[in-house]
Design a protein around this ligand. Structure first.
Ligand code: GRF
Length: 206
């Protein structure tokens, strides 16, 4: 499968996909990494592995619609099969989501539908988890639909919230799970093992 990864920041989730592809665990190839931030470390990671990287953001495409149309143009000319959002902090257009229905995978650092949606991104998620006092949190891999963090759930894994946890220790525990779940979800997609019926994702084991 031809893969595009959309990033904004440090790119640790991108790195785990690159590593799993290079180890032969994922039957796919990253054709392009698109960053919404000009000099994100994620773009450096791509360059270190000879993967084409591109900045498409407010500075060179200030108009969000033109920005999304440019992204669509790039995805189509490269015949992309799967889009991975790995810490991507920009909004995708409905047009893009419809064109790539159930072919856009996102990783979110909580057990959706808890602590997700607008405003719940990055460390804010873990702050809210600690504030609420829940005993479990985790990560979710899901398909992207028109909403924010609302698409069909593919994989989830929980982790304990300990009384001495801080945003820093909790984000590290959850990131570790993200780095397990995202490659697994991508692997299953590339092996055509994910069947979506409405909101439900069935994983075929054949
Ligand atoms: C991760 O915590 C991810 O769940 C969230 O943003 C962060 C991205 O981290 N969407 P990285 O850029 O992949 O290191």
């Amino acid at each position: 499968k031809k893969i595009a990864v959309l990033v904004s920041g440090r790119g640790s989730n991108l790195q785990t996909i690159i590593d799993n592809i290079e180890k032969g665990n994922i039957n796919g190839k990253i054709e392009i990494v698109i960053s919404s931030k000009k000099n994100s470390y994620a773009l450096e990671r791509a360059a270190n592995h000879n993967i084409e990287g591109m900045y498409i953001g407010k500075k060179n495409y200030p108009d969000i619609d033109k920005r999304n149309n440019k992204i669509i143009e790039i995805l189509q000319e490269r015949k992309i099969d799967l889009i991975i959002l790995a810490g991507y902090m920009s909004i995708l257009s409905e047009k893009l989501v419809k064109l790539y229905r159930n072919r856009i995978i996102n990783i979110h650092p909580s057990l959706i539908p808890s602590f997700c949606g607008k405003g719940f991104y990055g460390f804010k998620v873990h702050e809210a988890v600690l504030e609420y006092g829940v005993k479990l949190t985790g990560a979710t891999v899901h398909f992207v639909d028109e909403g924010t963090d609302t698409g069909p759930v593919i994989l989830q894994k929980a982790v304990n919230v300990d009384s001495d946890d801080t945003v820093d220790t909790l984000s590290k525990k959850v990131l570790k799970i993200e780095h397990e779940l995202l490659p697994l979800g991508v692997k299953m997609f590339c092996e055509d093992k994910l069947q979506v019926k409405g909101r439900k994702v069935r994983i075929s084991i054949d």
